[in-house]
Design a protein around this ligand. Structure first.
Ligand code: SF4
Ligand code: SF4
Length: 266
């Protein structure tokens, strides 16, 4: 962390950036996002295994953009989101400085988004054994069992939208759930309203989700909504060889390859 703090202080004092987006100590021992604008506050930056929120979510927020050019502390989950956002033309290379950070808190400097993409080749987006086990359990259910499973899993949702707020890929100024002319998704947190909200959300993230789990970590009810996007990721990996976002083919659903399998069309 020493070299990250040193670089952050240099960037602020030379006015190369106006704000450092990083992690700091929050309440109850949990880290929170920090927006550091003074060199003296750089010491407040921390990094540990509990720093699980995806800071890339702030790169598209108007309130943060107003602060001026940012540098962002970026573990692998943030780097993946940066590549996906770059592919979607939501961020420009010249507008941010990326301070990559390894799990053992070492600074990795990047001169370009292409350099981040190369670095990520060593961190393929893969599901771990426990996640695969859960996905296999869900996929092995009959349609009726699966409907019952998700109805039960999503029944605790009270539509606070913390999952949406935490997701770096949910950057629309106006979300479809807030449209009321026409109203696409029921407002109430009842069975139909919850199911429609979560299916809509998952489909909007198909081929875009960077599997960071920030949505699940933000959910006050601990709902495993991230398994909806993990199921799609598993399909994309298995059927299309997808291994994570890239600058050229960052959006799976809008990328055409004549060799794509078509056996899912029935
Ligand atoms: S849907 Fe969840 S796991 Fe996927 S990018 Fe958004 S916050 Fe991360
Ligand atoms: S954070 Fe949890 S409770 Fe809130 S809308 Fe998302 S799934 Fe529902």
């Amino acid at each position: 962390m020493v070299d990250v703090k040193k670089k952050a202080a240099e960037l602020l004092s030379s006015e190369a950036v106006k704000v450092i987006i990083g992690y700091t100590e929050g309440t109850g021992g949990k880290p929170r996002a920090a927006f550091i604008q003074n060199v003296a506050d750089v010491e407040k930056l921390i990094f540990n295994s509990q720093c699980v929120m995806n800071l890339a979510v702030y790169l598209t927020k108007a309130e943060i953009k107003k602060l001026g050019k940012p540098a962002i502390v970026a573990p692998v989950n943030v780097l993946r989101a940066i590549i996906q956002l770059a592919f979607e033309v939501q961020i420009q290379e010249s507008d941010i400085v990326v301070l990559g950070i390894t799990p053992d808190e070492k600074l990795v400097e990047f001169q370009s988004f292409a350099a981040i993409e190369s670095y990520l080749e060593d961190f393929k987006m893969e599901l771990d054994a426990k996640e695969k086990e859960t996905l296999a359990k869900i996929s092995g259910m009959s349609l009726e069992e699966r409907w019952a499973y998700w109805t039960e899993e999503l029944s605790e949702c009270f539509k606070c939208y913390a999952c949406r707020a935490a997701c770096p890929m949910c950057y629309c100024h106006k979300c479809a759930v807030e449209q009321n002319k026409p109203q696409w998704i029921p407002v109430a947190a009842h069975q139909l309203g919850n199911m429609e909200w979560h299916i809509m959300r998952a489909m909007h993230l198909a081929g875009r989700c960077v599997n960071c789990d920030a949505c699940h970590n933000a959910c006050p009810k601990g709902i495993n909504l991230n398994f909806l996007t993990k199921l799609m990721l598993a399909d994309a990996q298995e059927q299309l060889g997808y291994t994570g976002p890239t600058l050229k083919e960052g959006n799976l659903l809008s990328t055409y390859n004549p060799n794509d399998q078509e056996n899912f069309i029935k």
